[in-house]
Ligand binder design. Sequence first.
Ligand code: TYD
Length: 136
Amino acid sequence: MIKGVQLIELPKIKDPRGNLSFFENSSIMPFDIKRTYWIYDVPGGETRGGHAFIESHELMVALSGSFDVVLHDGTKEVKYSLNKSYVGLYVPNLIWRQIENFSTNSLALIVSNISYNEKDYIRDFDEFKKIKNGIK
Ligand code: TYD
């Protein structure tokens, strides 16, 4: 396990007309949502991510298909496979992440607590480890 990381089972309103899931601020979500983005049309074998955030907390959901989120806390690596549209992976700030093994037509929904800011990215793994070790 990586400290702070959580698989969150979202509400699932079962319905013969089709199921419905949701999340909202002030309940379910571990943070208030400021931004939403999604990753789609990923060619086979491609990876996304490869960075950590200084301040951004994220929740990721495989709305369609599946993918693996490989997390690193500076000491150890843990892989989470997401393939359910009613399960969110909460990734706090200062965790290195790579998203890989996207299935055909997979759709990754990601929400964050902050607006997009390139300055929030740590894109160098050695720098990330130094920051983590400084904090620990
Ligand atoms: P990036 O987060 O680096 O992609 P990855 O998911 O592979 O880590 O984002 C790629 C580009 O998209 C980045 O250069 C800027 C743009 N971008 C935005 O403009 N807004 C956003 O919310 C995000 C996530 C990215």
